[in-house]
Design a protein around this ligand. Sequence first.
Ligand code: C5P
Length: 220
Amino acid sequence: GRPLVVAIDGPSGSGKSSVSKEVARRLRLAYLDTGAMYRALTWYCLESGIDLSDASAVEAASESFPLEVSTSPLEEFVRVGGVDVTQAIRKPSISAAVSSVATTLGARTELIRRQRELIDQHHRRMVVEGRDITTVVVPQAEVRMLLTASEEARLRRRGIQLGGSQTAEQLAAQVTQRDAKDSTVVNFTRAADGVVTLDSSDLDFEETVSAALEIVDSII
Ligand code: C5P
């Protein structure tokens, strides 16, 4: 078929992954979670005892680490050198460290190169989600979307209730801090020119998927 890259950016807790995956299923497109690639590199660096503040070591690791990531919305897996890290990369220790890796420019260059390679391997028929997909990875994508949600909605979806326990406050602070650190390299808080904003604050999952599919329909 014709190329159809659907690029979806957004902050954590915007529902980006689940929505992107469902859009890929409905449109029968391949699917790439680029955040999983940054998480896998972080896992690999920590496992190899690499100091995350050593930019050249992190960059070297990004070039040599044997990453396999699912490109199907029907199955989720991430493997590094044959080790299944699908669950391990979702741990809080990885979430806390991933921004250090993601702010290493040399590592970004390498992961972006791999992302473009995967998109080409799928004949440019893919939903690709992350932080810099609409602006850096595939600015020429047929469809470009920024999925946003109010801070309140994002915390609610993560099961964090403000004004609750101290643990809840700490969790909220971690999420906010990661977004703040991430946005020092990639601006995903405002839509770039030609990027359609979809605010999901007052939408449930189904409504968000429908709205995203309508955006795709209106553009292609
Ligand atoms: O999407 P997810 O929360 O799993 O992403 C994990 C981290 O990977 C983000 O906090 C960010 O540091 C990094 N990332 C990035 N660019 C992308 C996708 C993710 O820097 N395109």
